[in-house]
Design a protein around this ligand. Structure first.
Ligand code: PPS
Length: 312
């Protein structure tokens, strides 16, 4: 993903320009009870999405916003590109004309018909709930990497992103944002609902879960496990290259090329526990209680190691 991503940068730029002329309360719309940003998603595109024909060799990355999608997306794209480079003809590799915006739900109505003609393997990111994904993803047994991040760091990252990215409603204070986050007013829906819904797929053999925190602790092991899950066979040296290119520093340095103006907002801190700079005692209590009520006892809830990463 280190090559310039012209279409990606173009889509983001156009959305940011359009959002700059809109009022705050016009920025989101609702589809099937979930809010989405109007400058990047639309009802027509959601309907067209059902025509996607998923494949068993698709590489799908699912994660709630701000869970590290761009990071793990870089790892997946790099694994696939490195494998293709050594196994496919030069002319099939890195064709810029074939580039699609990597998030499934962002694009135009013709995107899915174009995607149906793309060669394998396709790498697809999404923040959608499982029920809102094209049915063919489950029917055709596409493999899904489910990415989780602790809710306090997600909220912290989401707050800063909302105030730096014009396509999302901004917030005057962290306290205002916290209330919105806890009362399910977020684009792409509620964090807790997202985990509860995906938890129904946690034991599916085509779903592998990984946490942001475990990747931070051991990126090399994470990359190795991800490659094994998708059946991408690379040498130790090739895997090491993927590990190095996915460091926060390396991705941030490249971000003007890969993400344009979005890069400086997206690659913010890239760490664990920044929530300690924002959460007050009352907010900690409220989040701890909500976690306990909604997901603590579930498989995904346990994966998050809440006591390690989220206790004040
Ligand atoms: S988005 O816009 O919802 O798709 O955002 P997403 O990519 O899911 O999450 C953004 C956060 O991921 C951090 N990030 C990284 N962390 C560690 N290592 C690497 N390489 C990396 N790349 C991105 C990014 O900095 C955001 O987290 P915060 O806490 O805001 O820094």
């Amino acid at each position: 993903m280190e090559k310039p991503r012209k279409k990606f940068i173009d889509v983001v730029h156009k959305a940011m320009v359009a959002a700059n002329t809109m009022d705050r309360d016009e920025l989101l719309f609702s589809y099937k009870g979930i809010l989405y940003p109007l400058t990047v998603c639309s009802l027509e595109v959601f309907k067209a999405m059902e025509s996607l024909e998923a494949r068993s060799d698709d590489v799908i990355l699912a994660g709630y916003p701000k869970s590290g999608t761009n990071w793990v997306g870089q790892i997946l794209s790099d694994l696939v590109a490195t494998f293709e480079k050594k196994t496919q003809d030069e002319e099939n590799v890195n064709d810029e004309d074939l580039e699609e915006f990597p998030y499934l739900e962002v694009g135009d109505t013709g995107k899915y018909e174009r995607m149906n003609k793309l060669p394998s393997r396709r790498v697809i990111f999404t923040h959608l709930l499982p029920d809102n994904l094209p049915r063919s993803i489950f029917k055709n047994k596409a493999k899904i990497l489910l990415l989780l991040r602790n809710p306090k760091d997600v909220a912290t990252s989401f707050y800063h992103f909302s105030n730096g990215m014009s396509v999302l409603p901004s917030y005057e204070t962290w306290d205002d944002f916290f209330i919105a986050f806890m009362t399910e007013k977020m684009p792409w829906g509620s964090y807790f609902n997202y985990l509860s819904e995906w938890n129904k797929y946690a034991d599916d053999e085509n779903v592998m879960t990984i946490t942001y925190e475990e990747l931070k602790e051991n990126r090399a092991l994470g990359v190795k496990n991800i490659a094994a899950f998708f059946g991408i066979s690379l040498t130790e040296e090739e895997l090491q290259g993927v590990v190095e290119r996915s460091s926060f520093q390396s991705m941030k340095e490249n971000s003007l090329k890969t993400h344009g103006a979005l890069g400086s907002v997206l690659f913010r801190k890239g760490g664990v526990s920044d929530w300690k700079s924002l959460f007050n005692e009352d907010q900690n209590e409220k989040m701890d209680k909500a976690f306990e009520e909604h997901i603590a006892g579930t498989k995904l809830g346990m994966k998050l190691k809440y006591d390690v990463y989220c206790k004040a």
